[in-house]
Design a protein around this ligand. Structure first.
Ligand code: ATP
Ligand code: MG
Length: 482
């Protein structure tokens, strides 16, 4: 990296011409269809955008992945800023868009569907939008649905997905055949990590066939485990709705002697919902997430902490993510390897497991009477409509996707990177998942708030104790042998 230092006299600002300024760009239709004609964006003529002074995003604008950079350090990865472009590669009349939703439910899916339909119509004058029903398999096994602004007008007030969803059934060839047969040229795919991998496969097949089809992914995961983007839609709603379950468990626990409340929340591989639902509440005594191994017995273990809280406070409240402690629950490897239609490993219910173990420990070993209340609100949370902040977020996602597809970008996903919406190559969001950083500040804030055992420190202490014993033993050996 070449850097130009300020001259001492004029005190000008540092300027860095950096080799480490990386742009991870998304594909464009003209990459494989170079002779595609472009058209002036009709957006300015739309009522909504006639008033916007700088209607179009500067094509050079990028969004930085790392927002905190040290002086002279590489500025790293950047993504194309999302938004309307001056030139589009589809005329409104030629667009035939389709929307499909796959994977599990999440608050906000219907808002995204609605805003894609309304965005295409109200910003670009596109009338032809169809809904693929029942996930990927719907491309080749079900009738499509005509999506007009009238049909979708109030679907955002309902939970679930208006288009229905499914797992499995991704057959790239059959799907792309169907896209061609139906004359579809914009594909909007809403779904989680598996769905986005499917979207990448569709994009690659489309490129191979050299057909003019833009493929846009809208990442969906209630767990907030999608890499690169700030957070996923429905996550705020889930954290908020989780409060109702936590509050109920707290009321139950504090209303009885030695009340133990346990709430299991979503989070197969990452504990974001459990972590933020705990931080958003002040009654939780302990939060258990997949990233942080815990143990039950002995000093610094969960039993000891539960007993301490019962003695101090009369009740205890535990929030745990569904993926926490799976190593304990997976007694039988066979159960551990059971998979669903999409090939995801089926998790065993750690909530029931923990409930039973705490009950057994206190009843049989500690001879204490405890009152256990276990709540699993998963489906109650997943099924609700999105809250206001998620609705706003979903609108931005949908409109960004529409602008991107109209501008001819393809093989991209949309999402906020440091609060600015960007176009991100699909592969980039599926290659890794986002997990809670146990050495990061947010988890430290949680530990400081609940004052629960960190388990890590204890296992370190345990290791040090063992090390010390070994050292002592060696010492003794040396002493004895001399
Ligand atoms: P979530 O995990 O949040 O419920 P998801 O999108 O990960 O959402 P899955 O059931 O794993 O949910 O996948 C959804 C769809 O994507 C399914 O139809 C599945 O067949 C397809 N899919 C999953 N993984 C792949 C893959 N590697 N390649 C192509 N298609 C895939
Ligand atoms: Mg998944």
């Amino acid at each position: 990296a070449e850097s130009v230092s300020p001259t001492e006299s004029n005190g000008s600002v540092d300027k860095h011409v950096d080799d480490d300024f990386i742009i991870e760009d998304v594909p464009h239709l003209t990459d494989f269809l170079p002779h595609l004609p472009s058209y002036p964006n009709p957006l300015k003529r739309s009522q909504a955008y006639a008033i916007v002074k700088e209607t179009f995003v500067n094509p050079e604008d990028v969004v930085a992945k790392n927002i905190i950079v040290q002086k002279d350090s590489p500025r790293g990865v950047h993504f194309r800023r999302a938004g309307p472009r001056e030139k589009v590669f589809f005329t409104p009349e030629e667009v035939r868009a389709c929307i499909v939703t796959c994977g599990g439910l999440c608050p906000g899916i219907n808002t995204v569907i609605r805003e894609i339909v309304c965005g295409l119509k109200n910003m670009y004058g596109v009338d032809d939008v169809i809904g693929i029903q029942g996930g990927y398999r719907g491309f080749y096994s079900k009738n499509t649905l005509n999506l007009t602004t009238k049909v979708v007008t109030d679907i955002h007030k309902r939970g679930g997905t208006f288009l229905q969803t499914s797992r499995g059934g991704h057959d790239t060839k059959k799907i792309v055949d169907n896209i061609q047969d139906r004359g579809i040229n914009q594909v909007y795919i809403i779904g989680g990590d598996g769905t986005q991998k499917g979207a990448a496969a569709i994009y690659k097949e489309v490129e191979k066939r050299g057909i003019k089809v833009a493929v846009a992914g809208i990442p969906k995961t209630i767990d907030n485990d999608i890499a690169v983007i700030d957070k996923s839609f429905g996550f705020d709603t889930a954290v908020e709705e989780a409060q109702r379950a936590i509050n109920a468990a707290h009321v139950e626990a504090e209303s009885m002697e030695n009340g133990v409340g346990i709430v299991k929340l979503m989070g197969r591989y990452s504990g974001f919902i459990a972590m933020l639902a705990t931080l958003g509440n002040r009654d939780v005594d302990c939060c258990l997430i997949p990233e942080s191994p815990f143990f039950l017995e002995g000093p610094g273990g969960l039993y000891e902490y539960v007993e301490q809280r019962l003695k101090e406070n009369g009740h205890v409240l535990i929030v745990l993510a569904e993926g926490a402690g799976q190593e304990y629950v997976a007694q039988s490897m066979q159960a551990f390897q059971e998979k669903d239609a999409s090939g995801n490993r089926l998790l065993l219910d750690v909530g029931l497991w923990l409930t039973q173990h705490i009950k057994d420990h206190f009843t049989n070993i500690r001879k204490m009477t405890i009152n256990m209340k276990y709540i699993d609100p998963t489906y109650m949370i997943r099924a609700i409509p999105s809250n206001a902040s998620d609705n706003i977020y979903c609108t931005l996602l949908a409109q960004s996707a529409v602008h991107g597809a109209m501008a001819g970008f393809t093989g991209f996903t949309v999402g906020p990177v440091n609060s600015r919406h960007a176009y991100i190559p699909i592969d980039r969001v599926t290659e890794t998942t986002n997990t809670v950083n146990l050495t990061g500040r947010m988890w430290a804030r949680l530990l400081a708030s609940t004052n629960q055992p960190s388990f890590i420190q204890h296992s370190q202490a345990e290791r040090e104790r063992v090390d010390r014993q070994t050292i002592d033993a060696i010492h003794n050996m040396i002493i004895n042998s001399t």
